[in-house]
Ligand binder design. Structure first.
Ligand SMILES: CC(C)(COP(=O)(O)OP(=O)(O)OC[C@H]1O[C@@H](n2cnc3c(N)ncnc32)[C@H](O)[C@@H]1OP(=O)(O)O)[C@@H](O)C(=O)NCCC(=O)NCCS
Length: 310
């Protein structure tokens, strides 16, 4: 273990300022940690109901962070971006930040977190209840595009594919049908930051909706999600449209591994696009929590609990 770090002060930010968000991003950059899509989105979107705890050393450098999102509805507190600089770890800084985070969390909120290696530790302490598991998959964009072209065989010409921002009212309706939580502000905010596509039926309603987000650290990677669609074929056409203008050589996607539609996408990516299965991302809660999601329309990770849509 390294030398104990010099004095580190822990403070609560509600909400972080622009400058403080940059410092939090600085910790993430240093840690070079493979963040989930949603943690990227948290940094990019600066949600007004985001709170944070940071650790700052005696030189004024931010060396640790936890962001926790407490939306007006649903009544959850989503914990993300829990990081400490590598050479400051193992000296209790994480635990001190965690304690302050909990002091600023109303106990009536359900706590939620997504994790990989840390899951067992979280489950043993504050998050005993399992939530959905997401299968992380990656692969070359060129291979995915070839597989999509072959699978849809020119069918995309039959579909009306539009920018979600131009049909926002219908996008919000479709999204609400899937997530069962009304939060139009979040959907609008999300599609301002992400590159989205929607498929519109003849009656003007949206039947598929998806997005890609650039990764902050891995410039070579594009992150795909959410992917919502009425059926598998529509999802393929949507994904093809989303991937058309992608410049990055690699993609990352997270599909629900315990649902039929998630498995369909995972099988397609494995068999047709030679994608790699990576370590899963696992959600945990501090107490039982039911998400009223229409899983039969969710192919890849939907909006985040922090959105607030879950
Ligand atoms: C997780 C992390 C933030 C902990 O910070 P830290 O300053 O090293 O934490 P402490 O010194 O207070 O931790 C003491 C022990 O408690 C564990 N711990 C810390 N916070 C914890 C929590 N909320 N729940 C359960 N265990 C926790 C630590 O992992 C450590 O365990 P170890 O002795 O087996 O290594 C830090 O290790 C880190 O940045 N890791 C890489 C990024 C990461 O994996 N973040 C979590 C993603 S979900």
């Amino acid at each position: 273990m390294s030398e104990p770090p010099s004095d580190v002060a822990i403070s609560f930010l509600d909400p972080p300022t622009e400058e403080q968000w940059s410092q939090i991003k600085g910790v993430v950059d240093q840690v070079e940690w493979a963040l989930s899509h949603w943690n990227y989105f948290l940094i990019l979107s600066r949600l007004p109901y985001a709170k944070a705890v940071v650790a700052v050393d005696d030189q004024g450098k931010c060396v640790g962070s936890i962001v926790f999102i407490q939306p007006p509805s649903p009544h959850v507190s989503y914990v993300g971006l829990y990081n400490v600089y590598e050479n400051y770890r193992g000296h209790g800084i994480g635990q001190r930040m965690w304690k302050l985070m909990k002091e600023h969390t109303d106990e009536s909120r359900v706590l939620a977190i997504d994790s990989g290696d840390m899951t067992d530790k979280y489950r043993a302490v504050d998050f005993p209840v399992p939530g959905p598991t997401w299968q992380k998959m990656s692969g070359p964009v060129a291979q995915l595009n070839a597989a999509l072209q072959q699978a849809i065989q020119g069918q995309d010409g039959r579909f009306k594919i539009v920018d979600p921002n131009t049909v926002m009212e219908e996008v919000i309706k479709f999204e609400n049908k899937i997530m069962h939580i009304e939060n139009p502000e979040f959907v609008q905010q999300f599609f301002r930051v992400a590159n989205g596509k929607a498929i519109v039926a003849e009656d003007g309603s949206v039947i598929a909706l998806g997005a890609t987000l650039p990764a902050l650290l891995q410039e070579k990677q594009i992150r795909i999600g959410p992917l919502f669609a009425e059926n598998f074929n529509c999802m393929l056409v949507l994904l093809n449209a989303l991937m058309r203008d992608v410049k990055q050589p690699e993609f990352l996607i997270m599909a629900p591994s315990e649902t039929e539609k998630g498995r369909m996408l995972i099988d397609f990516l494995t068999e047709k696009a030679h994608s790699n299965l990576e370590s899963p991302l696992i959600r945990s809660y501090d107490r039982p929590y039911e998400c009223p999601t229409e899983w039969n329309k969710v192919f890849a990770m939907p909006y985040h609990i922090a959105s607030p849509m879950w």
